[in-house]
Design a protein around this ligand. Structure first.
Ligand code: ADP
Length: 404
């Protein structure tokens, strides 16, 4: 690798997995990527892939994230398959961190205080924050002296005004428990906002847009002058759209009714987060959009209804956010579904005719690349913009490493 100080390792540490990507940032090239899965089980496995080379997969011993990272580091420096002469070539490490409450509105170099904030937010992100912290601690040990940067999923949404983020509950629930809307997928919304501004040739702080990140988890953001004005996820990533396994918005009294029917809090949590959404309603017991579309095409009425519920909720949010941003420069589709599902974009845009949205059927056949999909006579541009959260993490890390 070159002598330039631009080698950034990106780490996304989950409860039983550790994903990594290595970038050379002067050219924004991804050098290698991979993951360790099933950490803490006898089936732990390392997957390692360099662009243009065969994917390597091998069982490893990884009782915890520290061992997993040690194995990743050893592989990165392996004389055969490695890409580094030594670990000292890594200039900084960027970590995906789910939740930092109201503490940070930008990515931040990790110090004792940042680690304390991540810890203090365990309650707000109980599944992700502990794993994110473990990833940071493992890097501090394996790469002593190397800067770690926390790239926080809630940070980009911190620009929401109080009237957008506050719930209309008694004040103490915000004051004492910090119950409010935080929003998630911030790293993706940020990447796509900036990429859209560039694509449209607008300064990013002048961009108005409605960004639809549609994947297994889905969220929509209203972007006003390049900043988040509102977003569909809330205190947790459960709010908003109909997702793969999450129900999204409900009358809160549904939860009370379920509790009164005898369901425990943990059961309701599991039902709403893991057993709802497309999985619950499409009649084919799958959380996947492709399966839902195939079943609907084959005439399954439940699958068709699931597609309609999915599109109806999205169109509802787009209509609201369209108004709030004062008319967007573009409605943007991203995420696995937004980038690839021709049918989803079609049935969403069909519901937006009152806004003057007109899709071009032929342009809408394109998948997985930045493109305009609306017709020339459409009153608002609809575009596809592939997201790249890892690159966003690497960019923020490189910026902070350079002291910018
Ligand atoms: P995650 O939230 O896990 O990152 P992704 O952004 O990868 O999810 O999106 C996964 C979703 O994208 C799945 O529902 C999958 O069916 C859908 N998807 C991927 N490719 C297509 C396609 N060609 N047509 C329709 N849906 C697709």
């Amino acid at each position: 690798m070159s002598d330039q100080k631009d080698t950034i390792l990106v780490i996304n540490s989950g409860s039983s997995s550790l994903k990594f990507m290595l970038f050379k940032m002067s050219t924004e090239t991804m050098v290698v990527k991979g993951l360790v899965e099933r950490i803490g089980t006898p089936q732990a496995n390392l997957v390692y892939q360099r662009p243009g080379f065969d994917k390597l997969e091998q069982p490893i011993q990884a009782d915890d994230h520290g061992q997993a990272l040690d194995k990743v580091c050893a592989t990165l420096c392996d004389p055969g398959v490695g890409v580094l002469k030594s670990l000292s070539e890594v200039d900084a490490v960027g970590h995906r961190v789910l939740h930092c409450g109201e503490y940070y509105s930008d990515s931040v170099a990790v110090d004792e205080n940042v680690k304390k904030v991540i810890r203090d937010c365990f309650e707000l992100g109980p599944l992700h924050n502990p794993a994110n912290l473990q990833g940071i601690l493992a890097c501090e040990k394996a790469l002593p002296g190397v800067m770690n940067v926390a790239v926080i999923d809630t940070a980009f949404h911190q620009t929401m005004p109080k009237y957008a983020y506050l719930y209309a509950l008694p004040k103490k629930f915000y004051d004492e428990y910090k119950i409010r809307k935080y929003g998630f997928h911030g790293t993706s919304h940020k990447f796509v906002t900036y990429a859209t501004a560039e694509y449209l040739g607008k300064p990013k702080d002048e961009l108005n847009a409605v960004i639809c990140h549609l994947g297994n988890g889905s969220s929509i953001s209203a972007i006003k002058n390049g900043k988040v004005l509102d977003t569909s996820m809330g205190l947790t990533p459960l709010a908003g759209l109909v997702m793969g396994t999450r129900c999204g918005d409900l009358d809160p009294a549904v939860v009370l009714t379920m509790a009164r029917k005898g369901y425990s809090i943990d059961e309701i949590d599991k039902i709403m987060n893991k057993q709802s959404g497309l999985l619950a309603i499409n009649g084919v017991n799958s959380s996947d959009m492709r399966d839902t579309e195939a079943a609907a095409k084959a005439g399954n009425p439940d699958a068709q209804n699931a597609l309609d519920m999915f599109a109806h909720r999205i169109a509802f949010y787009i209509g609201g956010y369209f108004t709030l941003v004062g008319g967007p420069d573009a409605i943007v589709f991203t995420g696995g579904i937004g980038e690839n599902s021709v049918n989803s974009r079609k049935i969403i845009c069909e519901r937006l005719k009152a806004l003057g949205v007109e899709l071009d059927e032929e342009r809408n056949q394109q998948r997985g690349k930045a493109c305009v999909i609306s017709s020339d006579s459409s009153k608002v541009k609809c575009i596809v913009m592939p997201t790249n959260e890892e690159l966003m993490i690497a960019r923020d890390t490189y910026r902070i490493f350079q002291g910018k």
